[in-house]
Design a protein around this ligand. Structure first.
Ligand code: G6P
Length: 609
């Protein structure tokens, strides 16, 4: 969370930094700021709120200069305010932007205060800033000062520092918070996400844990955690700079919902044919691992966790392999049992979620058979640190509420189920059926999207509600959970999901005319059971919204509204039924006038615990 951009160039960089921040705003948007060196003087501008406020400020007071750092913040220490916004400065000499959390900041603060440093903010970053300044005063070498500060602090950081006395360089350091260096011609950049730099370069170096780098206009020198100079691979990124463009849509979220047929096609391309899963798609050597797999452990957070929950049903039903799914922040802090032959699977859109990454690192020490990540961001930490990876290929997802990342994660997981199932007794007939269903999926999603207008109208009925209940059974239960998460994330309506059979064990007490109940009801073997659950709710005066196949025998009347969803094969139904729930939360949020793409208090990429 929080976004960093930095540049060392001959031209004025304020506009480049600002554009970078706009592209990173999805990571945090409490406040934003930038600092540049102009004629050996640090000039800084910070604003509370969105990057737009900073850009308005720059319209009034342009900051010229070729070396600069900028930041968009998601507050951890200290409220969102101008004084807590980055960059932080020390003695008008250095400016620092920082992502992550300095855990020993209290001790360091006391020490620095006793040495005469005064603090104007409540942030841990200001402590880091004074610490670097202190070491810089001793050595007059910014690189050495940052290296020493990196050895002194504990916690996580991605940081970029400029020094008005060395205006042609920037020093950056990474530990626990991602940083990428963008290589230009006669100019170089840094950012916490390459997306920020796509308008200026397509050549990137991903820093490794513990790296500290000195960046000038013409050179990049990287030193690893042992202080040894290292060469890191230059990656060419084939992403279009305009992928951060909303196009004809009012919000990124809607654009991303509508991109799903294309994204799913991309996920399937070259991975699946009518005959089955192509060889080698999980990386060299994965086929040899499969016979040894006796259990799958899935670890993830948020929406990605819900994808894992759906996959559990699939692994056990089709691949004959047991599967457990756990929230990363829980997994990493408990003593867990490692099943023999257990494959560790992490699922993540960003590949940088701190808890998921920590869980992977822990798993690697604990005797798991192997690790695989299902991820959307090439070059991200999870991808680099897992033994195998499978890219979801959803393209850049900007809306904080995850949509296309989720459906492509589900497709990826289904491909994994097929790959495992093939060696573990999945019948040829089942394999053919699943492949056929997956091939039809983009078309089914297109059909599901046709309900947009109907759902937009329906959304009006939710705008004055304070609570909502989502119900599903079997592999649709996690879909109900995802529907509830979407609604609360962007419309701020309190929403909960229950396995429909669990209703009578408590939540039914909540039901009255003010509690809309949303039911996910495809025509599968659990339909009759679901019908009974629905009647229990109806009998208690709630208004029901049932998403169901035409032939699922639900009728609209004054207490029940039925929204038809395209009939679909059971296996892909969780993916198809996700679409109307995404549309519902989107339209409710629009009607309520919330900030759909950047809902309050949330961030897209959670790189702190
Ligand atoms: C944040 C986002 C969610 C996302 C979760 C996990 O909370 O707002 O949309 O599902 O992080 O992120 P990941 O990148 O690991 O999928």
């Amino acid at each position: 969370m929080c976004g960093i951009v930095g540049a060392v160039a001959q031209r004025d960089v304020a506009e480049i930094l600002l554009e970078g921040l706009r592209r990173l705003e999805y990571r945090g948007y409490d406040s934003a700021g930038l600092a540049v060196i102009n004629n050996s003087e640090l000039q800084r501008l910070r604003r509370v709120g969105k990057v737009k406020n900073l850009s308005d400020g720059l319209d009034e007071q342009f900051l010229a200069g070729g070396t600069g750092v900028a930041h968009t913040r998601w507050a951890t220490h200290g409220e969102p305010s101008e004084r807590n916004a980055h960059p932080h400065m020390s003695n008008d000499r250095i400016a620092v932007v920082h992502n992550g959390i300095i855990e020993n900041f209290r001790e360091l603060k006391a020490e620095l205060a006793s040495e005469g440093y005064s603090f104007v903010s409540e942030t841990d970053t200001e402590v880091l800033t004074h610490l670097i300044h202190k070491f810089l005063s001793e050595s007059d070498n910014l690189f050495a000062a940052v290296q020493k500060a990196a050895q002194t602090v504990t916690g996580a950081y991605g940081t970029a520092i400029i020094d008005q006395q060395n205006p042609d360089e920037m020093v950056v350091a990474r530990s626990g918070s991602p940083l990428v260096i963008g290589l230009g011609i006669g100019e170089n950049f840094v950012a916490s996400d390459q997306l920020a730099l796509l308008p200026v370069t397509s050549r990137f170096i991903y820093l490794e844990e513990g790296d500290v780098a000195r960046i000038t206009r013409k050179s990049v020198e990287i030193f690893d955690k042992n202080g040894e100079q290292v060469e890191r691979k230059v990656n060419l990124v084939d992403a279009k700079a305009d992928s951060a463009d909303k196009g004809e849509y009012r919000h990124y979220m809607m654009k991303e919902i509508y991109e799903q047929p294309t994204c799913v096609r991309q996920t399937l391309e070259g991975r699946l044919s009518a005959a089955g899963v192509e060889a080698g798609i999980f990386g060299n050597g994965f086929e040899e691992v499969i016979p040894k797999i006796k259990h799958v452990t899935i670890v993830a957070c948020g929406t990605s966790y819900h994808a894992g929950m759906v996959a559990k049903y699939w692994f056990e039903q089709y691949a004959n392999v047991s599967c457990s799914v756990e929230i990363a922040s829980e997994f990493r802090y408990r003593k867990f049992y490692v099943h023999e032959g257990s494959l560790f699977v992490s699922i993540s859109q960003s590949g940088e979620t701190a808890d998921t990454l920590a869980a992977l690192r822990l798993a690697q020490e604990q005797g798991y058979l192997s690790s695989l990540t299902i991820c959307n961001v090439q070059g991200s930490s999870l991808v680099r640190e897992s033994d195998f990876n499978f890219m979801t290929r959803a393209g850049t997802e900007i809306g904080v509420a995850s949509t296309k990342a989720f459906t492509t994660q589900l497709v990826s997981l289904l491909i994994l189920v097929l790959a495992l199932g093939k060696q573990k007794g999945l019948t040829a007939e089942n394999e053919k059926e699943i492949c056929g269903a997956l091939m039809q999926l983009p078309g089914k999603i297109e059909q599901a999207l046709l309900a947009n207008k109907e759902i937009e109208d329906l959304a009006e009925e939710f705008a004055d509600k304070h609570h909502a209940l989502f119900l599903g059974r079997g592999d649709q239960y996690p879909i109900a959970m995802e529907g509830a998460l979407k609604l609360k994330e962007i419309s701020y309506i309190h929403a909960e999901a229950y396995a429909a059979g669990e209703l009578k064990h408590g939540p039914i007490a909540l039901i009255d005319a003010e509690m809309p109940v949303i039911v996910v009801a495809p025509n599968n073997e659990l339909l009759e059971k679901l019908h009974s659950n629905v009647e229990e709710v109806r009998a208690r005066g709630s208004i029901l919204y049932v998403f169901a196949d035409n032939d699922a025998k639900f009728q609209s009347d004054e207490t029940q509204r039925v929204i038809n969803v395209v009939p679909t094969e059971d296996i892909i139904a969780p993916i198809v039924y996700t679409i109307p729930l995404q549309l519902l939360s989107y339209h409710v949020a629009v009607i309520k006038g919330t900030d759909v793409d950047q809902p309050r208090n949330l961030a897209k990429s959670v790189t702190v615990e």
